[in-house]
Design a protein around this ligand. Structure first.
Ligand code: F6R
Length: 353
């Protein structure tokens, strides 16, 4: 059915395919938005720490930023996915408060706490309470287009953080032209109009049908990718999925793959996030791990990053994963957009006890 565009339209009622097709464009537009935004005075002097406050689709950009800064700069980056801030947050900590809807209660609570502690804050949101409060408080807020599922707005939620920091000279600027080109090439290879035999994402979705994906990245390189793919399988494909990283998983998870326990390993599907030119030690670990899996009849799949720099590498493999999770929803007959359990939970939490 993945090559039948009418069937795709019938299942993908809320048209997630359009957001996926537009992802390269989102990244371009997001960069322009950040280019035009006046650099707030709070950013003129580099701080010791950055904390990105956000949840789910609004947090993953923070993980990407953390990876990039890990390789470039002397700023410590933390992700905060809870109501309160870590003790170390103070006047020398830049807070990015990121919420697509602007109404996520954990992010709003962290924002309030950051105000109390006198932290410089920069908000990114399409509206809601976060935008309202930041306007009232005179806190900079970059407003991004509304009307998308938050997880489809990754370009808008992530690129502005990176670009604003580059413009304020906190880190060396990335080559966005390479990024855009890599994403456009990928879009042209993975979109619904490309038949399954030539479409790596459709093929992967078919292989994954009925299985639980275990996505394995590399710490400090592709952990954000592995985490993002897990959440996209959860939210788009409505299945359980798990993630881990090398080398850590070589010190525990591989024991579970020994085949001694009473679990049918055929239910699981490992996905290796591979990087051209990955460290030799990591390459060797992956090779040995794959040979261990072969002993119990498991092959798994490799997703290779694309591009030269770490930025396109991360976003290309995330984009590939987004398409796989989208197609996996469709072959199960599931509309990828609605996330009813999340909506229900948010509704229940907002009601009085
Ligand atoms: C829904 C999604 C969720 C939200 C999360 C936080 O598409 O991805 O993970 O991102 O519930 O909501 P926001 O992003 O509005 O702060």
């Amino acid at each position: 059915m993945l090559d039948d565009l009418e069937k795709i339209e019938a299942i993908d009622k809320e048209r997630m395919r359009d957001f996926l097709l537009e992802f390269p464009l989102h990244c371009k537009r997001a960069r322009r938005l950040a280019e035009e935004y006046p650099i707030p005075k709070e950013l003129s002097k580099k701080k010791e720490k950055i904390i990105i406050c956000g949840l789910g689709g609004s947090a993953i950009g923070g993980e990407i930023l953390k990876t990039l800064l890990h390789h470039q700069e002397d700023v410590a980056v933390f992700i905060n996915r809870n109501y309160s801030l870590p003790e170390l947050a103070g006047r020398n900590t830049l807070i990015f408060a990121v919420s697509y809807s602007g109404n996520t209660e954990e992010t709003l609570a962290a924002y309030k706490e950051a105000r109390k502690r006198g932290c410089p804050i920069f908000c990114i949101s399409s509206g809601g309470e976060l935008r309202r409060r930041s306007e009232e408080d005179g806190v900079p807020c970059l407003v991004i287009p509304s009307g998308m599922p938050p997880r489809c707005a990754l370009g808008y939620l992530f690129i502005p953080m990176l670009r604003v920091l580059e413009r304020a000279n906190w880190l060396r600027p990335y080559d966005y032209e390479e990024l855009f080109q890599v994403l456009i090439d990928l879009r042209d290879r993975l979109s619904p109009s490309v038949p399954t035999r030539e479409n790596l994402a459709k093929e992967a979705a078919i292989d994954l049908y009925g299985k639980i994906p275990l996505i394995w990245g590399v710490e400090g390189r592709t952990d954000a990718v592995a985490h993002r793919l897990k959440t996209q399988f959860n939210e788009n494909s409505k299945i359980l999925a798990f993630w881990d990283v090398f080398p850590e998983l070589n010190h525990n998870e591989i024991v579970g793959w020994g085949g001694e326990g009473e679990i049918d390993l055929k239910n699981f599907y490992p996905i290796f996030i591979r990087e051209k030119g990955e460290e030799e030690k990591i390459r060797k670990r992956i090779k040995v791990t794959q040979s261990l899996l072969e002993k119990v009849g498991i092959k798994g799949k490799e997703i290779w990053t694309e591009g030269r720099d770490l930025l396109p590498k991360i976003l290309s493999s995330i984009y590939t994963g987004d398409w796989i999770s989208f197609y996996l929803a469709l072959i199960q007959g599931i509309d990828p957009t609605p996330v009813e359990p999340i909506d229900l939970l948010k509704r229940k939490l907002s009601q009085d006890p």
